[in-house]
Design a protein around this ligand. Structure first.
Ligand SMILES: Nc1nc2c(ncn2[C@@H]2O[C@H](COP(=O)(O)OP(=O)(O)OP(=O)(O)O)[C@@H](O)[C@H]2O)c(=O)[nH]1
Ligand SMILES: [Mg+2]
Length: 201
């Protein structure tokens, strides 16, 4: 994974040690084994591993994307994406992990309904810690069509309920993985640009 200074700023700014662009801290949330690390690896390295290696504690990776903002400018965005093991049950650690994030990608596994049922908890605890941050939903492992237990409709219910974009992803095939991260970058960017316009007035 690409790594960089872990202590760097989290909210996004215009100049970060030679990188000329915005920098946003994003967290990956969701139950154990849903594919958080796999989605991140697909995005940052374009790789996939069938073997499960549980994430212990937290790790991060970063990747730069260019986004065309609403004002038709091309903007460089560095996403610093933090990943935490879904087994982590210590509430305070989760809160610290979420703190200061500009967005959360909340993931479930379409072959395991219990991971879908847990979405509300993940969403609520993120909202509590970061009330003004963006959320994107990822229904992962959609390549496993035969084993799929959670169809598209409940996913759309979540989307409407949380008012958050919904993507059907596969870390294995790569389906929609880039879209999830680009959507997140775009949402945060537009919010930051709006904040800049508001303070300039
Ligand atoms: N078929 C398929 N398998 C996947 C997909 N995404 C992840 N997996 C597999 O599911 C298992 C769990 O993936 P991880 O990425 O480690 O899951 P995680 O959410 O990071 O798990 P924790 O670190 O324990 O929270 C691994 O064996 C992956 O190979 C997918 O889109 N399709
Ligand atoms: Mg993991």
């Amino acid at each position: 994974m690409t790594s960089e200074n872990a202590s760097s700023s989290s909210r996004g700014s215009t100049d970060n040690g030679g990188f000329n662009g915005f920098k946003f801290r994003v967290v990956l949330l969701g139950d154990a084994r849903v594919g958080k690390t796999s989605v991140l690896r697909r995005f940052t390295e374009n790789l996939f591993d069938e073997e499960y290696k549980q994430t212990i504690g937290t790790t991060f990776a970063s990747k730069d994307v260019s986004i065309i903002s609403g004002d038709s400018e091309t903007r460089n965005v560095r996403l610093v994406i933090w990943d935490m093991g879904g087994q982590e049950t210590y509430r305070e650690l989760r809160r610290q992990f979420m703190k200061g994030a500009a967005g959360a990608i909340i993931v479930y596994d379409v072959t395991r309904p219990e991971t879908f049922m847990a979405m509300n908890n993940w969403f609520e605890s993120f909202r509590e810690t970061c009330p003004d941050a963006e959320v994107v939903l990822a229904a992962n492992k959609t390549d496993l069509e035969e084993a799929r237990m959670v169809p598209r409709e409940p996913g759309h219910m979540l989307r409407d309920w949380f008012q958050a974009p919904y993507y059907e992803t596969s870390a294995k095939t790569g389906t929609a993985v880039v879209d999830v991260f680009k959507e997140m970058a775009t949402l945060i960017l537009e919010r930051k640009l709006q904040e800049q316009r508001d303070t300039a007035m």
